[in-house]
Design a protein around this ligand. Structure first.
Ligand SMILES: NC(=O)c1ccc[n+]([C@@H]2O[C@H](COP(=O)([O-])OP(=O)(O)OC[C@H]3O[C@@H](n4cnc5c(N)ncnc54)[C@H](OP(=O)(O)O)[C@@H]3O)[C@@H](O)[C@H]2O)c1
Length: 249
């Protein structure tokens, strides 16, 4: 697999205005990226990053559930070599709760279809630029369903599957496809979780180190590393322990 040095790269980050996306922009700038497109649903929400890093960070609107905006982004940012698919939503709900069905629809629309559409638009751009990397923000919830986030987990499990097929289809095009599988990270998304959380910078730093080494999977924090180890040993035991922890008897 190719090793992609973030230094000198031209990166595009989705959902860059806050949380892990913001950490990716800052880590890329620190690593010496030539240009970072910081994209967000509202262009004005990334202006503080543009102002903080003049000449390196450019910002524009990209709602990943809007096909016209995706097409426009791919025709504008034609020099991208590293795509960071970070944008995502998490509707917290049990499947059989009232909000379960609508929440799942939105989670799947954004996390699965939106992210997939962005990859379909940018893979030819990266290929035309001689190769690079596509990073996909999966989750530990890609490996096991966390019932309190049932639809989110289903969307991330499907995204994990898409990560695999994108990797397979791009294997001979000089494009590294790296899946990132964090546990709880200290952002707005994880606010409802009362448990230890690691900082967004831990995810960004581990990802940039991984693509520089040509690695296909990143388990960036302690909980993710632990879950991955247990999952490899006995995935049914992991499923049962998470279900018992989250579903009231
Ligand atoms: N935090 C965790 O514990 C954790 C763990 C595992 C994986 N992840 C994954 O890491 C990624 C970043 O999450 P986070 O923790 O940084 O969450 P966050 O703080 O809630 O940020 C989510 C980002 O995604 C953007 N977004 C949502 N829908 C979008 C759309 N349709 N188009 C473009 N941008 C959109 C949001 O923009 P607005 O500001 O406009 O809403 C925001 O910038 C997600 O894919 C998430 O699933 C997070």
């Amino acid at each position: 697999m190719p090793k992609i040095d973030p230094k000198g790269s031209v990166a595009l980050v989705t959902g860059a205005n806050r949380g892990i996306g913001r950490a990716y922009v800052e880590a890329l700038v620190k690593a010496g990226a030539r240009k970072v497109y910081a994209t967000a649903r509202k262009a004005e929400s990334v202006q503080y990053l543009v102002a903080a890093h003049p000449g390196v960070v450019e910002g524009f609107a990209l709602d990943i559930s809007n096909p016209a905006q995706i097409a426009s982004a791919a025709s504008k940012a034609t020099d991208v070599t590293v795509l960071i698919n970070n944008a995502g939503v998490a509707n917290g709900s049990f499947l059989f709760a009232e909000a379960g069905a609508s929440g799942m629809r939105q989670d799947v629309a954004v996390n699965l279809f939106g992210t997939t559409d962005v990859m379909r638009a940018f893979a030819p751009v990266i290929e035309a630029n001689g190769g690079g990397a596509i990073v996909v923000l999966n989750s530990v919830a890609s490996l096991v369903n966390f019932p309190l986030f049932s639809g989110y987990s289903a969307s991330k499990a499907a995204l994990h599957s898409v990560t695999q097929v994108v990797r397979a289809e791009l294997a001979h095009k000089g494009i590294l496809v790296t899946g990132v599988y964090p546990g709880p990270i200290d952002t707005e998304m994880a606010e409802p979780l009362d448990m230890p959380k690691e900082p967004p910078s831990a995810v960004a730093d581990a990802t940039l180190a991984a693509i520089a080494n040509g690695e296909e999977e990143v388990f960036p924090d302690a909980m993710a590393k632990d879950l991955a180890k247990n999952f490899k040993a006995d995935w049914k035991a992991v499923e049962k322990s998470i279900a018992e922890m989250m579903v009231p008897a």
